[in-house]
Write a protein that binds this ligand. Structure first.
Ligand code: SAH
Length: 204
């Protein structure tokens, strides 16, 4: 997966490549899908949600430019795979999921794999996690109509936020950077994510 899908497409950050070589992706997909876990595509994880294609996970992770000391907020725990990858590359991950059965399953995997630097909770992640803010990096793994304002507020300075923004069936993957009080936005890639549902996302 790393050699054939990530490196040739420009994923070069060593920490991202190492984390994605280490985390056992097959444990995060449904049993019936395990043989396809390392394929070049997204997969269903239950509840109408999906685990992203490995390249997209890598692209989003690399864009955060983590060095190891950061506290990172993720919105949309899903299978827990992205949080697991992040947890190998930073000090602590805070991840929020709105669907209880998915979070229950992800938490079991974090325990089983001894990934103890992941905090998680059930909530609407579009409002962020104010008690633990600010975060040096924020990653949203569901697509919203706009960048949720609370997430920009909870981003540290300097800080990097990655989020798919656009229509419900296609979005721009946007990188928001905060530096010296200035916020800049640029588009990295066109992507297709499931919907970000919440107060600062799509309506339920
Ligand atoms: N990062 C996940 C991908 C999950 S798909 C992984 O590695 O598997 C996106 C997830 O975002 C879904 O599980 C969905 O339930 C969740 N989601 C959507 N809107 C949300 C919100 N407002 N707050 C928290 N989670 C949300």
């Amino acid at each position: 997966m790393v050699e054939e899908q990530l490196v040739p497409r420009g994923i070069h950050q060593q920490a991202t490549l190492e984390a994605m070589s280490t985390v056992p992706r097959h444990l995060f997909v449904e049993d019936a899908m395990q043989a396809r876990a390392y394929g070049d595509h997204p997969l269903p994880i239950g509840g109408g949600q999906t685990i992203s294609q490995p390249f997209i996970v890598a692209l989003m992770t690399q864009a955060l430019q983590l060095e190891g000391h950061e506290r990172v907020l993720e919105i949309g725990t899903g299978s827990g795979y992205q949080a697991a990858v992040l947890s190998r590359m930073c000090e602590r991950v805070y991840t929020i999921e709105r669907l209880d059965p998915l979070l229950v399953r992800a938490r079991k995997l974090f325990d089983r794999l001894h990934y103890h630097n992941i905090a998680s909770r059930i909530d609407d992640g579009t409002s962020g996690w104010a008690d633990e803010a600010p975060f040096a990096a924020i990653l949203v793994t569901a697509g919203g109509p706009k960048i949720p304002e609370p997430l920009v507020e909870q981003l540290a300075d300097p800080g990097r936020l990655v989020i798919p923004v656009g229509e419900q069936n296609v979005q721009d993957l946007q990188l928001v950077t905060k530096q010296d009080g200035e916020v800049q936005i640029r588009t990295l890639e066109q992507v297709r994510f499931v919907s970000l549902v919440g107060a600062h996302g799509w309506e339920d």
